[in-house]
Write a new protein. Sequence first.
Length: 294
Amino acid sequence: MRRPSPWLCSSAVVAALLAGGCTSEEPAADTDRIVVNPPAEGADHTHAPGESDADPVGDGTRASAGGYRIADLRVPTRTDGPGEMSFRILGPEGRPVTDYAEQQTKLMHLYVVRTDFSVYRHVHPTLADDGTWTVPVDLAEAGGYRVIADFLPSDADRPVVLGKQVLQPPAGAPRPVPREGEGTDGSVRVRVDGAGRVGADGRLRLVVSTPDGRPVTLGSYLGTTAHVSGFRIADRARDQLFVHVHPYGEPEITDDGAELTFHTAFERAGDYRLFVQVRVDGIVHTVPITATIT
């Protein structure tokens, strides 16, 4: 049985985005849209590891956590176009998990990220009856990758976040990770407004605009006004904590752009490579930036 996530509140209709707060209106072009209830404002809006009961099991640095593990992971053997990725999630009894609850309109959020963060994919696999997940993924280039599975078993009280290292030969030299707090994809610009803070109830502000600084209107992607996931920048994989944060309330439109405040629960200080996904004019944009957490 697949049920709505308990992390979603029971108010109005429900990472990139819902303009002007909760509304049932949705552009026809949003093919990822599924109508469910929206997250409660400021509540359970982070998948950063911490001490709250709402925090996930696992931080994306290990292939097993809380009795769950990634098994039978197969990655594409080519980098010249999409190839199929498949895997299963085994539960505490060692059997494939087949029943999941939705989080942000999906049963599974899968992130495939090159270890130097130069390639980022956020995809939503398809579940077969035997518990096998499959999805086409374009790795773009060879090198080391991390596969992060973010899911909620239907009989669990908390989300689970697992991560596994894979290699697409040849390994290749990692690139330096950019540390700028601003980025653009040519159409949308995102910048960090100040530093974030360690703690279970932190705030992080981002400003979204056109490249020349004009305000933008944010559409809806995965039932929220921005989807942000990222990793702590560190030399050791076990220190590259996975984070997944959501907007706190609706955007504030200013002369500088659409200002978004995120509820965070960062456990460790450092620089984090964040991938900000927003929908503007019907198109989902992914903009990487680096945020400093103190």
